[in-house]
Design a binder for this molecule. Structure first.
Ligand SMILES: Nc1nc2c(c(=O)[nH]1)N[C@H]1C(S)=C(S)[C@@H](COP(=O)(O)O)O[C@H]1N2
Ligand SMILES: [Mo]
Length: 312
């Protein structure tokens, strides 16, 4: 009857951030036996699998800003594999099967290997990290992510001295995803190795205390809080260490509009619109965009001596 209760929770209750801790407790009580919470289909908010994320450490890196409501975080998405409308992923991403799931970590590493989800969840203690996500489209959100540092995963495979970059490849399954060539599928992203190893770079497996909803990139997505949202690849199946700067889907699609670095920079406009301000989802007035999305103190040194107008 727990299942019925879950379905009975009104969406207005679900969206109130203050209540999410209660909902988490409920999910934990429901346990693996009630793994399928019968909430699939259009507009689903809960993940299909009720994995227990366990006790979550709070991160000192969290922003104290007000959270964007869960309903916006899960219904206003960019996941072009499921359509280009912001509402498409919430409607269609439930078709993607996220268990079992394997992530290959390969390339210039001493110990290439695959990880299943149980292994990934044990890479490092899971933490809650409240980060801003700022899209190149000039909107932003504040999301309580759950995850572990990407550095912990990379250390497990022992990067070789020759490794300089990390490439991320998303799932592409034409049976359930967009077959129109909106981007060059599969979706690919990349970071320099030092960016990937930075303690702020998070592999997210959840948000709002629960397993990631499919539309947010289940079961594993990158979150790089000082870069535009598109650097944060969703539903990752391969992580590859390389000695050359990897091609990325957005850079391939529009090299003059989407650079490799894509650090949030109010001084470098997108060729078709300004990046000086942003609209926080749920707010009316725009706010100023901060260099490196407000994380300059932690990450600016990674780019010392670089011309960030050229390397946009
Ligand atoms: N595989 C994949 N990852 C992706 C995208 C995508 O279309 N496909 N969109 C990116 C963009 S543009 C943004 S702004 C963020 C959005 O994440 P969210 O839906 O969790 O807010 O995901 C990024 N990761
Ligand atoms: Mo984006």
């Amino acid at each position: 009857m727990l299942i019925k209760r879950a379905a009975d929770i009104r969406s207005s209750e679900i969206t109130a951030p203050a209540l999410y801790a209660d909902r988490r407790r409920f999910l934990r009580l429901a346990g693996a036996g009630a793994a399928t919470l019968a909430l699939g289909g259009p507009g689903q908010l809960l993940a299909a699998q009720a994995r227990d994320l366990g006790p979550l450490a709070k991160s000192p890196f969290s922003t104290p800003e007000e959270l964007t409501p869960l309903k916006d975080v899960t219904r206003y998405n960019n996941f072009y594999e499921f359509g280009t409308d912001k509402a498409d992923p919430a409607q269609y991403a439930h078709r993607m099967k996220t268990e079992p799931w394997t992530v290959k970590v390969e390339g210039l590493v001493a110990k290439p290997r695959s990880f299943d989800l149980d292994q990934l969840y044990k890479i490092a203690p899971l933490e809650e990290r409240i980060y801003r996500l700022r899209c190149v489209e000039a909107w932003s959100m504040v999301v309580p992510w759950v995850g572990f540092p990407l550095a912990a995963l990379l250390k497990a495979v022992e990067p070789l001295g020759s490794a300089k970059y990390v490439e991320f490849v998303s799932l592409y399954d034409p049976k359930v995803m967009n077959t129109r060539p909106v981007l060059d599928w599969p979706y690919r992203e990349g970071l320099r190795l030092d960016e990937a190893m930075h303690p702020l770079t998070l592999m997210a497996v959840g948000l709002y205390g629960e397993v990631l909803p499919n539309q947010n990139g289940a079961p594993l997505r990158l979150v790089v809080p000082w870069k535009y949202g598109f650097k944060s690849a969703k539903s990752i199946v391969t992580i590859r260490l390389t000695d050359k700067q990897p091609n990325t889907s957005w850079n391939d699609a529009g090299p003059s509009e989407y650079g490799f670095y894509s650090n949030v920079n109010p001084d470098v406009d997108h060729p078709r619109w300004s990046q000086a301000k942003e609209r926080r989802i749920g707010e009316f007035l725009k706010r100023k965009t901060l260099p490196f999305n407000g994380y300059a103190e932690q990450v600016a040194s990674l780019y010392a001596g670089m011309d960030l107008r050229k390397n946009f």
